[in-house]
Design a binder for this molecule. Sequence first.
Ligand code: HXC
Length: 257
Amino acid sequence: TEYQTIVVETRGRVGWITLNRPEALNALNSQVMRDVVDAATAFDADRGIGAIVVTGSERAFAAGADIKEMEAKTGVEMIVDGHFDAWWRFAEVRTPVIAAVSGYALGGGCELAMMCDIILAADTARFGQPEITLAVIPGMGGTQRLVRAIGYYKAAELVLTGRMMDAAEAERCGLVSRVVPAADLLAEASSVAESIAAKSLPSLYAAKAALDAALETTLAEGLRFERQAFAGLFSTADQKEGMAAFREKRRPDFTNG
Ligand code: HXC
């Protein structure tokens, strides 16, 4: 597929999506949304892919939804055309997704990172939900996922003031999985992604679905889901292989089935 706003690569079992609109600090216009959603769903449908990395440039992961594209839209257009609605398909990807964030992750950029499962941040990363400064509010999960990630009071302060936080603060409050020196970001993302992609695909899908359930359901429902998913994995060849390899003190050879 030809993409206009992203660069897509496959390295072994890892799919890479690099946002590439340097002239707009990777602002997320509708073409970026279509490209990212298409690339991510294609990787998700590919049994040869066990992890996806989404990254931007050194200066910006993404500086938000494209303000210039949105400016003239009417409320009816936003609702009827569902201007940013396809992003939900990105959040529905079953493959683990790692956001490798350097520079600005603002507005929709911060929200895109929060749709990923792991957020690796360069020490130069800056996160924020500045929508309120434009007289709007976050629209791709910023009020919901941020509250769940960092708690109500921290999230409310960010959403109501629009201020940015640096990587250290983001790590302290639990928005990022880990902070690394900027020069090491892509190598770290690659190593985390390869470590994940080497696991058995059914177990990765089950783990991600169960983790998602923790944010979406009650504890009782989530525990029921986890127990079923856990039991279901005993029907895979890879479960037998993984446990035999442990007993035989060797590395497992997974077939993703
Ligand atoms: C469109 C953007 C943009 C954006 C930057 N640019 N962010 N264009 N939409 N979100 C463009 C600028 O217009 C400029 O192009 C070029 O990128 C470089 O940006 P500068 O502002 O010149 O860079 P700098 O002075 O370094 O400031 C960086 C910045 C600032 C602090 C990140 O660009 C900024 O505040 N951007 C907007 C951040 C924001 O409000 N994001 C939330 C958007 S709303 P030109 O050609 O003009 O020089 C949102 C809603 C999500 O995300 C919900 C969706 C459903």
